[in-house]
Design a protein around this ligand. Structure first.
Ligand code: GLN
Length: 286
């Protein structure tokens, strides 16, 4: 099926025709609506209007988007951005697309902030966590760390886009001692936690496009980042400071054990909206 018409309404059947192997009907409708909103700021009713026509270059753009979607590239990477907790967050192949469960983490953290505090996000990626927190709590100081320079560059652009100030810096937490960093009242991390052995169950849109550096941990040491961050936080958290992790649903108990063995108190597993163990919170002893 080749689109001859330049009417926007005629592109929707073209999308269904080309993408039915990759997505179900509702997903295709959603992708189309999302793209039309991004390109033309047209809402779902307006895209049904018979009167909207596209220029030659707009038609070419739509066809090239279809090609990328056919290759299973997530639309967020095609658009170069996504929504996260009332913020527009820039994304590319160097950062994970922010997940809904991470919005839940931000939501829970926001409820625990009631004064001016210093917050560190370890493995910040797109910077979605500190940017959303800073936007909601302007009086707090936000710092984001990541191993990846290109991720940090993008995170910095997103902070500018959202008109918030976040201090981003580069570190490899597995080897760097972070002695130049000050202490924080709250440390957050959503580190890599997907097991190499889970790869076979994962979708191509994640496996082929999202950065493996941000996703995977070795099968024989799935909690390596949690152990390391828990040790770092012993010196980098103020007394009574809080630690928040996003976790693999299968490792809640082990994560709690690591934290309590290190002397953390008030350790707690928090479930996500799907009822899965997804977050852990703990406090440094006073
Ligand atoms: N929740 C992400 C996923 O399922 C993984 C994020 C992470 O490894 N920190 O793809």
């Amino acid at each position: 099926m080749f689109v001859q018409s330049n009417r926007l309404v005629d592109l929707l059947p073209y999308f269904h025709d080309k993408l039915s192997d990759n997505y179900d009907k509702r997903e295709i409708d959603n992708l189309f609506a999302w793209l039309c909103y991004d390109r033309f700021k047209l809402n779902r009713n307006e895209i049904k209007s018979e009167g909207v026509r596209l220029s030659e270059s707009e038609l070419l753009d739509f066809r090239s988007v279809v090609k990328r979607l056919q290759a299973n590239e997530p639309l967020q990477y095609v658009l170069g951005k996504t929504e996260f907790y009332n913020c527009e967050i820039l994304v590319n192949q160097h950062v994970l697309i922010p997940r809904p469960e991470t919005e839940e983490l931000v939501d829970i953290i926001l409820k625990s902030i009631d004064q001016r505090i210093r917050i560190l996000d370890i493995g910040t990626g797109s910077g979605c966590i500190p940017i959303a927190l800073k936007k909601a709590k302007q009086h707090c100081d936000l710092h984001g760390l990541d191993i990846s320079h290109p991720a940090l560059e993008l995170a910095q652009k997103s902070a500018l886009l959202n008109q918030v100030e976040v201090l981003f810096s580069q570190a490899d937490i597995l080897v760097d001692d972070l002695k130049d960093l000050p202490q924080f009242d709250l440390i957050i991390s959503n580190p890599p936690y997907v097991l190499e052995s889970d790869k076979s169950d994962m979708n191509k849109n994640v496996l082929d496009f999202e950065p493996h550096l941000a996703l995977f941990v070795p099968n024989d040491d799935p909690l390596l980042f949690y152990k390391r961050i828990a040790v770092i936080a012993l010196t980098k958290l103020t007394a009574n400071g809080m630690l928040f992790f996003e976790i693999h649903e299968r490792f809640g108990k082990e994560t709690i054990r690591i934290l309590s063995d290190l002397g953390y108190v008030s350790c707690e597993i928090i479930k996500d909206m799907q009822g899965k163990d997804r977050m852990v919170k703990a406090a440094r002893k006073s």
